[in-house]
Design a protein around this ligand. Structure first.
Ligand SMILES: NC(=O)c1ccc[n+]([C@@H]2O[C@H](COP(=O)([O-])OP(=O)(O)OC[C@H]3O[C@@H](n4cnc5c(N)ncnc54)[C@H](OP(=O)(O)O)[C@@H]3O)[C@@H](O)[C@H]2O)c1
Length: 409
C-alpha cells in the first residue's frame, strides 16, 4: 500500500488542456472517489478559478502551488502523489526540473510532450537513475503518441494470433481528422524550430527515425513521408502527417524496449490520406507546401514574430468546446507480414484529437499507471505508452475515453 495521500496530481491544471483534463477527472472520479487526485500549478488564484469552474462538489479538490523552476516545491508535490501528470509546456522550456525530481524521488510521471529533442535530453540525463529510484517516466501520453503506439501494439497482437507472425511493415494513414491547435502546442513547435535554428545538428537528430531507440541504431532503411507520395496499393495520394515525427520514434522505441517483438527490421510510417486523382494530388501538394512554409516561417525571427502576433493561437487559447465535441479522428494501420498476409486495424477517437481526446487519454494513462500497473510488473525506466501500459490502457480507452481499436478485415 502506498502512503501517498494522492494517486495523481495534475501539474498544469490551469493550462488549456489541463482544464479539460480536470473536468474529465472530476466527471469520472468526483472530488473524493476511487481515484484520489489534486490540482497543481504556479498560481493559486488561477487554480481556484479553474476549480470553481468544475461546478458543485469540486471545492473538495486540494490545490497545490508550485512553480516549474522551484525544486523545493516540486519535491514537496512529488512526496504527496504516486503519479504526476504534467501539462506544463513547452516541456523543453519548463519541464526538465520536474522530470529530474520525479526520477530522484521515485515518483511516476506522464506527460504530453511531442518534443523529441527534449525527450533525448531527459533520457541522457536521467535514464540510468530510474532503475535505482523505481520512477516510471512515460512521455507522449496524448494524441501523440498513444493512438499510434497502441494501434501498432494491437495490430501486432492480432497478427500474431491470426498469422503466427507480426507485420514486418505497418503504414498508418490518417483517413479523417477534425480538430485545431492550441497556443501551447504552437509554442512547443515554434520552440523546436528555434532550437533547430540555433543548433543545425539537431535537424539530423530529429530526422532519424530511430532517434529514441536505445543506442540509436538503424535496423532497416526506414523512410518518412515528407512529400506528396502515391500509395502503391490504392493509388490514393498521401501527404506528410505533422505528428509522424514523434509518433514513429515512439513506435520504434516500443519495439526496441519490448525486445523487438515486431522484428528487428520492422518498418513504420505515418501519412495523411488525401484522396485519388488530380484533386488528391493537389491536396497532398498543398499540405506539403503549407507545412514547409509553417516550419520555415517559424525558424526565421521576423516571420515567427509575425505569425505569433497575427494568426497563431496564444498560450491558453485553443479550440472551443463545440469544436472539441465536433472533432474526431479515424486512423488506419495497414500491415503486411513476411509471408505476405495482410491486416488493417482501425483506431478512432470521438473528440478533437489535440484536446478533447488527448485530455481523456492522458487522464486514463495517469490513472492506469497509478491503479493498474504494479512496480513488480513494470519497474523504473523511461517507458512508452505501449510498453508500460499496454492492454490495461487500451481497455480503459475503449471503456471510458471514446476510442475504438478494431480490425477491418
Ligand atoms: N501530445 C499531445 O497530443 C498534445 C496535445 C495538446 C497539448 N500538448 C502539449 O501540452 C502542453 C500544454 O499545452 P496547452 O495548450 O494546454 O498549454 P497552455 O495553455 O499554454 O498552458 C501552459 C501551462 O504551463 C504553465 N506554466 C508555464 N510556466 C510555468 C511555470 N514556470 N511553473 C508552473 N507552470 C507553468 C501555465 O501556467 P499558468 O496558467 O499559470 O500560466 C499553464 O498551466 C504543450 O507543451 C503542448 O505542446 C500535447
Amino acid at each position: 500500500m502506498s502512503n501517498h495521500p494522492f494517486d495523481l496530481i495534475v501539474f498544469g491544471a490551469t493550462s488549456f488542456v489541463g482544464q479539460i483534463l480536470c473536468d474529465y477527472l472530476f466527471g469520472r472520479h468526483g472530488a473524493d472517489g476511487d481515484l484520489k487526485w489534486a490540482m497543481a500549478g504556479r498560481s493559486k488564484t488561477k487554480l481556484e478559478s479553474v476549480r470553481a469552474s468544475l461546478g458543485e462538489g469540486a471545492s473538495g479538490i486540494e490545490l497545490i502551488t508550485a512553480d516549474a523552476a522551484d525544486e523545493h516545491a516540486l519535491r514537496e508535490m512529488c512526496g504527496r502523489s504516486r503519479v504526476i501528470i504534467s501539462t506544463v509546456g513547452p516541456y523543453a522550456l519548463h519541464g526538465s526540473e520536474l522530470v529530474k525530481v520525479c526520477v530522484e524521488t521515485g515518483t511516476d510521471y506522464v506527460d504530453l510532450t511531442g518534443e523529441t529533442q527534449w525527450i533525448l535530453r531527459m533520457l541522457q540525463a536521467h535514464e540510468a537513475q530510474t532503475g535505482m529510484s523505481g520512477a516510471r517516466i512515460i512521455h507522449c501520453c496524448g494524441f501523440d503518441s498513444v493512438p499510434s503506439d497502441l494501434g501498432v501494439y494491437h495490430h501486432q497482437k492480432v497478427a500474431m494470433e491470426r498469422f503466427g507472425e507480426p507485420a514486418t511493415q505497418i503504414r498508418m494513414q490518417v483517413a479523417r481528422m477534425k480538430g485545431a491547435a492550441s497556443g501551447g502546442t504552437v509554442a512547443s513547435i515554434v520552440n523546436i524550430a528555434k532550437e533547430m535554428a540555433k543548433n543545425p545538428a539537431l535537424r539530423k537528430t530529429l530526422a532519424n527515425p530511430y532517434a529514441l531507440v536505445p543506442g540509436g541504431k538503424a535496423r532497416a532503411r526506414q523512410t518518412n513521408i515528407t512529400t506528396p507520395t502515391r500509395d502503391p496499393e490504392t493509388g490514393a495520394w498521401l501527404g506528410p502527417f505533422v505528428m509522424a515525427g514523434i509518433n514513429t520514434r515512439i513506435v520504434h522505441r516500443s519495439n526496441a524496449l519490448s525486445g523487438y517483438d515486431y522484428g528487428v527490421d520492422f518498418l513504420y510510417d505515418e501519412s495523411m490520406r488525401m484522396g485519388k486523382g488530380l484533386k488528391g494530388g493537389l491536396a497532398a501538394t498543398a499540405l506539403t507546401g503549407g507545412l514547409g512554409a509553417f516550419m520555415a516561417g517559424a525558424v526565421l525571427p521576423p516571420t515567427r514574430w509575425l505569425m505569433e502576433n497575427t494568426f497563431l493561437p496564444k498560450p491558453g487559447e485553443g479550440p472551443s468546446p463545440e469544436q472539441q465535441r465536433d472533432g474526431m479522428y479515424d486512423l488506419r494501420f495497414h500491415g503486411t507480414t513476411a509471408s505476405g498476409d495482410k491486416l488493417t486495424t482501425r483506431v478512432t477517437g470521438d473528440r478533437d484529437p489535440g484536446y478533447g481526446s488527448t485530455a481523456k487519454i492522458l487522464g486514463e494513462a495517469g490513472a492506469c499507471l497509478a491503479q493498474d500497473i504494479s512496480r513488480t510488473d513494470v519497474g523504473g525506466g523511461f517507458w512508452t505508452p505501449a510498453t508500460a501500459l499496454g492492454d490495461p490502457l487500451l481497455e480503459r480507452l475503449e471503456r471510458y475515453a471514446g476510442l475504438t481499436f478494431e480490425d477491418c478485415d
